[in-house]
Design a protein around this ligand. Structure first.
Ligand SMILES: C[S@@+](CC[C@H](N)C(=O)[O-])C[C@H]1O[C@@H](n2cnc3c(N)ncnc32)[C@H](O)[C@@H]1O
Length: 215
């Protein structure tokens, strides 16, 4: 049965997090119907994740409406899976989707502002969430390293950049950072086992997939 929990985060939320939370009050309602057309690479990322130990602990940071968690529980049926997200509206959708799925926990809050009951995770998944985080992104990478077991895997997919300034600006208006820094940070903090940069819509933007371990 899905468990949910919340933490006291509002008073410590950054401005960016408050904007993201407000953005998803509306966008949660249309998220699953629309995002298939531009959040590419989510499905086959899970196929690149190597075998994990039995009964793995898995975390998704910024789990949104729970689409990836549903697929994770199919891929790793004996896993216990935690999803954290700052948007109550997105988590409400995830709860609806995952209601009858066992060993899934949904946590409301900003990643990094609370600790987990598990000592650490065998796999951490970040799918199109880190480009919406605020400026202290290196702190987030430090936190991921602490939350991962030493031999644990990180799997990530996210926007990289675009040659079109107008497009980057438009994405910024949607609270998404297109400054290319994330891909370099993954390579700095983790040793890749599978890494790809891909074009979307003939090069309107690029996105990356990264699977790796702590260096
Ligand atoms: C584009 S959605 C991606 C959702 C899901 N991972 C997917 O692949 O469909 C980004 C999600 O990250 C969440 N998010 C953004 N910043 C966050 C933070 N600092 N802590 C936790 N969640 C965050 C948002 O609320 C949103 O649900």
């Amino acid at each position: 049965m899905t468990k949910s929990s919340s933490s006291h985060t509002t008073s410590t939320s950054s401005q960016q997090s408050q904007k993201v939370e407000a953005y998803y009050q509306l966008h949660a309602q249309i998220y699953d119907a629309t995002r298939w057309s531009f959040l590419f690479g989510r499905e086959n990322l899970l196929d690149k994740i190597p075998d994990l130990p039995s009964q793995p602990h898995i975390l998704e940071i910024g789990c949104g409406t729970g689409k990836n968690m549903e697929r994770l529980s199919y891929h790793f049926p004996d896993a216990s899976i935690v999803g954290i997200d700052l948007s109550p509206d997105m988590l409400q959708k995830a709860k609806k989707r995952l209601g009858s799925t066992k060993d899934i926990e949904l946590k409301l809050g900003q990643y990094g502002k609370q600790s987990f009951n598990y000592d650490s995770f065998d796999l951490i998944l970040v799918s199109y969430s880190l480009t919406m985080f605020d400026d202290n992104i290196e702190d987030v990478f430090e936190q991921i390293c602490k939350d991962l077991k030493p031999q644990g895997y990180i799997a990530a997919v996210d926007f990289h950049t675009s040659p079109f300034n107008w497009f980057c600006k438009w994405m910024e208006m949607n609270h998404v950072d297109f400054s290319e820094q994330l891909f370099s940070l993954f390579k700095k903090y983790f040793s890749p086992s599978d890494i790809e940069l891909k074009k979307a819509y003939g090069g309107l933007w690029t996105y990356f997939q990264f699977v790796g371990r702590q260096s």
